[in-house]
Structures are given as C-alpha cells and as structure tokens.
Design a protein around this ligand. Structure first.
Ligand SMILES: C[S@@+](CC[C@H](N)C(=O)[O-])C[C@H]1O[C@@H](n2cnc3c(N)ncnc32)[C@H](O)[C@@H]1O
Length: 251
C-alpha cells in the first residue's frame, strides 16, 4: 500500500466519518485538557484538516491553528475546505523529518501519524520541542491488537482468530523492516514520561462503529475501513471499537 496519503484521500475521508463521538472530543477539550483560554495549536500530519474541523468549533475565540503535512494534495484540500473560514488557520506542506519547529505552541497534537512513521520517537521529540513551557502535547494513535480485538461480526462463519497468524507476522515484519510500530498507541505515554513531560494521562476513544443489517453502503465502508474480508458481506451485524489511544502530557 502506498504511503502517499494524497492518493488515499477517499479512504481517509471515509474512515474519519466514523472515528469520534463529538461529545467525547468536546469532553477531552473542555474537561480533560481544560482548554478555556485562547491557544496556539500545531497539528503534525494534519491531512486535509480533519482535527482542525473538530477543534475550531470548541476552542476559545482568539485561538489559532497551523497544520503541517507532507502531502501537497491534502494541504491543497485543507486550504480549499477552510478558504472562507474567518479564524486564524493555516496549512503548510512540510516534511516532519526536516521540519524545525520553534517552541511557541500551547497545544501540539497529532492523530494517526506516528503509527505510520519509521522513527516515531524522533517526531514525538520534535512535537515536544514545538510546545511552550506549560504547553500540552497530545498524540492520538492506534494500538492494532486492541483494534483487532474490537471487531465482532454476527455470522455463523465468523472466526475472530482466523487472521491472528497473518497479522502477527505482518506487524512483526513492519517493525523489523523499518520501525512501523503496531503498538505505538500504548507506548506513547511511556515515551512521554521518559521524555520529561508531566501529568501524563491516557484515554481511549469511546467511538464504536456499529452497523446493523440495514444500509448496504455502510456495510461496504465498514468492511473496507476495518479490513474485514468481503466473505462476511451478508452477515447480520458489524461492530468495531477502534480503541484509539489518546496520550497527553504537559511540557
Ligand atoms: C493517517 S493520515 C492522518 C491525517 C490526519 N492527522 C487525520 O487524522 O485525518 C497520516 C498523515 O501523516 C502525513 N505524513 C506522513 N509522513 C509525513 C511526514 N514525513 N511529514 C509530514 N506529514 C507526514 C500523511 O501525509 C498523512 O496525511
């Protein structure tokens, strides 16, 4: 599969329709991270600006947001989506590997980015260096074994263990071939603490994708988005808890 996310933008859009409960994200922003004053935000690997769409409605007026991403296609799309937005928001094409941030942000965030990188720890260090003293660093990343365990399909044929051997090999090969870490979500809080962040906390995204028998197009996207075999297409119900891990700490 290509690493150019500009070529996978339909997949990106489709998965983002079923990723968060809005009330849970609001709970994080207002109650857990307690963002009640204007903040300056940077989003590493922002894609087409999905997190910006969620954040900008929740953070206090006077806040600003900058998204960086290596994909020109996604940054163009983000600029198009926000072209009439009257908030202070900008998107830039940048490669995180060479990007040199200044420590000036109150909130440094990424979602589903470190999982795809060969040196996630280097990028986490860079994210921390972009935060002001007292600033918050947030990483939202999957843990593939948890995600896999969160799938249930109502069918006589369904065997939740059928791909275990294949997945174990795939995940180990990914690590050995260059560091893509299938457990990154669960490791980040440990790294955050080791890198000197304080008040490190961890939450789990509570969204569960549930599709009953009705709605064929939803079933197609469920199968695609959760990499479920098409042989289950005619099953009676589909449930998947992605269990993305939300780790955060203060610089
Ligand atoms: C799974 S997508 C997530 C996008 C976005 N955070 C979201 O949740 O919708 C991963 C993103 O990381 C970006 N990315 C990967 N490597 C990068 C790099 N070296 N520098 C900047 N962005 C990168 C990709 O272009 C892609 O947009």
């Amino acid at each position: 599969m290509t690493n150019d996310w500009g070529l996978k933008k339909e997949y990106l859009h489709s998965t983002r329709q079923n990723l968060w409960n809005d009330d849970y994200f609001e709970f994080l922003v207002k109650r857990v991270w307690k963002i009640d004053k204007p903040v300056k935000i940077i989003d590493f690997g922002c894609g087409y600006g999905y997190l910006a769409q969620m954040l900008m409605t929740l953070i206090p007026d006077g806040s600003s947001y900058k998204g960086i991403d290596i994909s020109e296609t996604l940054i163009d799309e983000a600029n198009e989506i926000f072209k009439d937005c009257n908030k202070e928001i900008s998107f830039e094409v940048e490669d995180m590997n060479t990007y040199e941030p200044e420590s000036e942000y109150d909130l440094v965030i990424c979602q589903a980015v470190l999982r795809h990188l060969s040196k996630p720890l280097d990028i986490l260090k860079k994210m921390i260096s972009a935060a002001k003293k007292g600033g918050l660093v947030v990483c939202i990343e999957p843990s593939r074994p948890m995600e896999n365990a969160g799938i249930y399909i109502e069918s006589d044929k369904y065997n939740p263990f059928e791909n275990d051997g294949f997945l174990r090999k795939k995940w180990m090969d990914e690590i050995e071939a260059g560091g893509r870490d299938y457990q990154i979500g669960m490791k980040i809080p440990v790294y955050m603490e080791q890198l000197g962040l304080s008040n490190v906390g961890v939450r789990i995204n509570d969204f569960v994708d549930f599709v009953g028998i009705e709605g064929t197009s939803e079933i197609d996207s469920f199968l695609n988005n959760h990499s479920v075999d098409m042989k289950y297409k005619n099953s009676k119900a589909f449930v998947a808890a992605r269990c993305h891990v939300i780790s955060f700490g203060t610089k």
